[in-house]
Design a protein around this ligand. Structure first.
Ligand code: ATP
Ligand code: MG
Length: 445
């Protein structure tokens, strides 16, 4: 993409309405524009990141054996009356009447709709296990939408639902989600810690929230520092292997990690003092096993091996895809702007032409642009007739992890400069080497 032909409405001033850094940087970098309270338009740069995250979520879900589909945003109230949640859900649910006076709602989540699909089409234990998911806009009429996309009213969420014949099979599904979520966040360059969450009236250890540590997080969290050392890395996971998935869950849930809702100070104080950590966190996902809570009232049953009809065991699992854009920025920025991890960056490399209009510099940039594009290293080329300082400031603000700077002085020696946004370090290389270096960096991502 050439910046001269792109739509990147960066702001020079700090927007007064933004209280936290991710909101401020998303507005300044021209990623989003508020449409109305808690509802945003995703401008091209923001949309690109959102799509990257969506792709990663899809890849990891499909890898785990979960099946993508798409349900609508608008739902009929009837199904919610069946589950008993139409009245329970409260004012967060946006209720709408259609022209015939029928009660509709903008889905805050989809347990009812998916259960209705399941009961219409699945009747035997032989069709299980089954996990369906979609990535779709949700609406929750939050009392206090704030922090930009972190707590929006309309937000983009991956929600998945597993259907299993019994509790053991459903726990395997739970563990699969645990592992696939850990992998998803790790790929995004994030450390998200699974923390035991409040399971409400159902009780038991059957729900975990995933939290990214950040001062601006809305949750208070307590954890054993040892959990920060855990990584999945290149581990080969067989998602069909229940024991392996359970072992990974065990590994991540053995060190103490809880939000204030489930915090137990006796257990916490038993950890050696130097490992006892408390801070704030952003909830970027949650997994839940809830047994037959929806299948029973809604009659979602299957015939088991003995031919008896039994309600299916279910769980639901969510990732806040649009919130993650903000969470990644909270975890990765400096005072000049965003620093995208390579896996989620909107463009892989920026090209800065120090002397636009100089025949040699222009030609070198064009050649690099072609070469990078051909190699799949999608570049953003700042080809505007701006001062070098302004070009650098824009690149730093929008946070591409790598920048190639091209100017007449370097070209005299046949070199360009490759700069890391994160470390600020630069290296002079001949253009072909710079391209090869980037290929190496992005090869494993
Ligand atoms: P919260 O406690 O932050 O209100 P929740 O527990 O009600 O969230 P879930 O039902 O668990 O939310 O939804 C799954 C994920 O969707 C959350 O982990 C979060 O990342 C994201 N999410 C929930 N509400 C919002 C919102 N208002 N804006 C953006 N993302 C949200
Ligand atoms: Mg939650």
């Amino acid at each position: 993409m050439r910046l001269s032909r792109y739509f990147l409405p960066v702001l020079k001033e700090n927007p007064a309405e933004a209280q936290i850094v991710s909101h401020r940087l998303m507005l300044r970098a021209g990623m989003i524009k508020q449409a109305t309270a808690g509802i945003y338009s995703w401008l091209p740069l923001g949309f690109k990141v959102l799509r990257r995250l969506e792709d990663i979520v899809h890849e990891e879900q499909v890898r785990a054996g979960h099946i993508p589909m798409l349900m609508p945003t608008l739902q009929s109230a009837d199904l919610w009356r069946e589950s008993g949640r139409y009245d329970d859900y409260g004012e967060e649910m946006l209720r709408i009447k259609d022209r015939h006076g029928r009660d509709m709602l903008y889905g805050p989540t989809n347990e009812e709709l998916i259960t209705d699909i399941f009961r219409a089409h699945v009747g035997s234990y032989k069709d299980l296990p089954l996990t369906l998911y979609h990535i779709q806009w949700k609406f929750r009429d939050e009392v206090r939408p704030r922090f930009g996309v972190m707590r929006g009213r309309e937000f983009f969420m991956k929600d998945g639902y597993n259907f299993d014949i019994d509790q053991d099979a459903a726990i395997h599904a739970y563990d699969r989600h645990m592992v696939s979520y850990l992998r998803t966040y790790e790929r995004m360059g994030l450390k998200a810690i699974p923390m035991r969450a409040d399971s409400g009236p159902i009780g038991g250890d059957n729900t975990h929230e995933f939290l990214v540590l950040a001062e601006t997080g809305e949750s208070e969290v307590f954890y054993d520092r040892a959990i920060l050392d855990l990584t999945l890395g290149g581990r080969d996971v067989d998602y069909n292997d229940a024991a392996q998935c359970a072992a990974i869950k065990e590994e991540w849930t053995t060190p103490y990690a809880r939000t204030d809702e489930t915090h137990d100070s006796d257990l916490f104080n038993a950890i050696p003092a130097e490992r006892r950590m408390s801070s704030r966190g952003i909830e970027v996902g949650q997994i839940f096993y809830f047994g037959t809570k929806y299948s029973e009232p809604m009659g979602a049953t299957v015939a088991n091996a003995e031919g008896e009809k039994v309600p299916v065991h279910m769980g639901s699992h969510g990732i806040g895809v649009s919130r993650l854009v903000g969470a990644i920025i909270e975890a990765s920025h400096d005072d000049k702007g965003i620093i995208w991890p390579e896996a989620v960056t909107p463009y892989k490399v920026g090209i800065v032409n120090l002397k636009q209009g100089d025949a040699e510099a222009d030609a070198a940039c064009e050649a690099l642009y072609k070469e990078l594009t051909a190699k799949g290293l999608e570049p953003l080329y700042d080809d505007r007739a701006e001062r070098a300082g302004a070009k650098f400031a824009t690149m730093d603000l929008i946070g591409l992890p790598w920048r190639i700077t091209v100017g007449p002085r370097g070209l005299k020696n046949g070199v360009v400069e490759l700069t890391s946004r994160r470390s600020g370090e630069s290296e002079e290389l001949v253009p072909a080497e710079a391209v090869a270096r980037l290929q190496g960096i992005y090869a494993g991502i």
